[in-house]
Design a protein around this ligand. Structure first.
Ligand code: NG1
Ligand code: ZN
Length: 561
């Protein structure tokens, strides 16, 4: 590393001292903490994203957000060249940088890493980092810290993309690296065009179905609602009302948003008895999660949740149907046949009833650890990989290979049987691949796909909800002394350490019909998460409470006395 570069890094980094006595780690989705202690972390991630851009000679994204967490938190995620989350191979370096205690150590770490990775820092390459942020008040000053970090690396430049949803930024990074137009307007255009295309292909018999037309969306008082207000103006066939759009007095994620709705299963602020029976959806604070729900008529304050698992099931059903239309009447001897490999990816949080349902459909279902980076990686191994977390984060990935076959097949069909069911199926699948975000889970594109599929099927929200009955479940959080003391295996469903805890959980779970329970340390909050499901809500609650007590006994503040 040149002396000049070292001097710049040393000088600027001394303005960003790391917070004393805090260890920060790159979790399930980047760094997250109280915004007041994040200046140095964001500055350092700015450096890291520059190095990543120079190393890959591609555009990189840096998103300042703490998603569904409280408004006083903030965080930072990095988008790799394909728009995916930062490669896991660089996460240990991210941890080291974030925790380097002084500028000297920081410089040494960077210098060693640059040599090891052979990163060109001689000005021969220019790095470019697109920086986005959500609506959190701390975003503006953290943006400056990120720009300082990016500016500390010779040859790297930051481009402030303004306030965006997380998936918009990921989409832009991917588009830029593919040499495509990548403005926000291009994003909206791609979504609205492909949505229109799907609507135009709706079977005639369902076209007149005007039932259930209104959709009410909870914007979590965040950026997603704001963007949906713009997008909806470009859609003529969908009536959307946005509530909790962030313009009023409500606070980001406070008693609103997809995480609240999914975990608490009660009506959020702005919704109530007047919404009985209406199709409602909820986004999270940075617009990458989506759940649907309806308000039942019993005025209990509860909601009927349609979670990520059910969104996944709807998508899987539709894709499977289109694939079978496409492959109908194929000439078994033809050389242009392509049996697409369709895979479904879930985590341990997926409701057991959803997994049963998907398997009944004859689909291949696999499980990964919690965190989109794991699901995405797995899904990318299929021609069509559909992944969703129960909390509503997910998407559908199409392989390049399958898409180019599909494109060619569509051209062929349009020449020999234009307007046939087979060609329509090819067009629908192509439209889905344009609509649904290929970089990361995206609430806005997911919402449009749900809407298009419901219209295609001629289904009400209730018909969709009735696909299967969720097993009652409960999630709890337990504060412990050190959450890293919990070591898990088998897609996080089995506790290896502390010893004896898994046996205790097993003994408790065995007492319940259809009981299933597991614990794991959160990667975004300083807690242990407990999940339980069983045949009744009371049983699921009891099981969750007992397992939480076990976690407390083994790991809580009383455990080391
Ligand atoms: P943690 O805090 O590691 O459980 C949460 C979600 C993840 C993922 C990340 C990123 C649950 C149980 N966990 O992670 O699925 O979405 O946040 O936002 O919902
Ligand atoms: Zn989010």
């Amino acid at each position: 590393m040149e002396e000049e570069q070292k001097a710049i890094l040393f000088k600027i980094s001394s303005h960003f001292p790391s917070p004393q006595g805090v260890k920060i780690s790159y979790g399930t989705a980047g760094f997250r903490a109280d915004a007041s202690i994040l200046q140095s972390t964001v500055y350092r991630v700015g450096i890291l994203s520059s190095l990543r851009s120079l190393k890959t000679q591609s555009v990189i994204g840096l998103m300042i957000t703490a998603s569904h967490n409280k408004v006083t938190d903030n965080g930072i995620k990095i988008a790799d060249p394909s728009g995916e989350m930062l490669t896991q191979a660089w996460e240990p370096f991210a941890d080291q940088l974030a925790n380097a205690s002084d500028p000297q150590l920081l410089l040494q770490l960077i210098s060693e890493f640059v040599t090891k990775e052979n990163i060109p820092l001689d000005g021969t390459w220019t790095g470019e980092i697109l920086v986005g942020r959500d609506t959190r008040p701390s975003g503006a000053s953290l943006l400056e810290a990120a720009e300082q970090g990016i500016g500390s690396v010779v040859g790297a430049v930051a481009l402030d993309m303004g306030i965006l949803t997380t998936p918009q930024l990921h989409w832009m990074v991917r588009a830029r690296n593919k040499g495509m137009r990548a403005t926000e307007l291009d994003y909206f255009k791609q979504l609205s065009d492909s949505f229109r295309c799907l609507m135009d292909l709706i079977p005639n018999k369902h076209k007149l179905n005007e039932t259930d037309d209104k959709l009410v969306v909870d914007g979590a008082n965040g950026v997603g609602g704001e963007k949906l207000e713009i997008l909806k103006k470009m859609l003529d066939s969908l009536a959307i009302e946005v509530r909790n759009s962030g313009k009023g007095e409500g606070v980001l994620n406070e008693g609103v948003g997809a995480d609240y709705v999914q975990k608490e299963k009660v009506t959020q602020h702005g919704f109530g008895i007047e919404d009985v029976g209406i199709r409602c959806a909820s986004l999270d604070g940075d617009g990458d999660r989506l759940v649907y729900f309806t308000v039942p008529s019993n005025s209990s304050g509860d909601i009927d949740l349609i979670d990520g698992d059910k969104i996944l099931s709807l998508f899987a059903l539709f894709i499977k149907e289109q694939l079978s239309i496409l492959n109908k009447e194929v000439d078994k001897n033809a050389t242009n046949n392509y049996e697409a490999c369709l895979g479904v990816i879930q985590t341990a949080y997926a409701n057991g009833a959803s997994t049963d349902y998907l398997k009944q459909l004859g689909l291949e279902v696999v499980f990964t650890q919690t965190g989109v980076k794991y699901l995405h990686e797995k899904a990318s191994q299929y021609d069509i990989g559909i992944y969703f977390e129960a909390n509503g984060h997910g998407t559908i990935l199409f392989s390049e290979c399958f898409l180019s076959w599909l494109d060619a097949r569509n051209n062929e069909l349009s020449a020999i049987s234009k307007g046939s069911e087979q060609q329509k199926a090819a067009l629908r699948l192509l439209a889905v691949s344009n609509l649904i975000n290929q970089a990361v889970g995206d609430a806005l594109s997911g919402l449009l796909l749900v809407e298009a599929i419901l219209k295609h099927m001629g289904w009400s929200v209730h018909r969709w909800s009735d696909l299967y009955q969720d097993l009652p479940s409960r999630q709890l959080k337990v504060k412990v002394v050190d959450r890293t003391a919990v070591v898990t295996t088998n897609a996080e469903t089995v506790v290896l350490r502390p010893h004896g805890l898994q046996e205790a959980i097993n003994a408790e779970t065995a007492k319940y019909t259809r009981g299933r329970s597991f614990i794991r340390p959160s990667g975004t909050e300083d807690v242990i998460r407990v999940y339980a499901e069983a045949s009744t809500q009371e049983a699921a609650d009891n099981l969750a409470n007992s397992v939480a007590e076990l976690a407390d006994q083994f790991l809580g503040y009383g455990s080391n006395k």
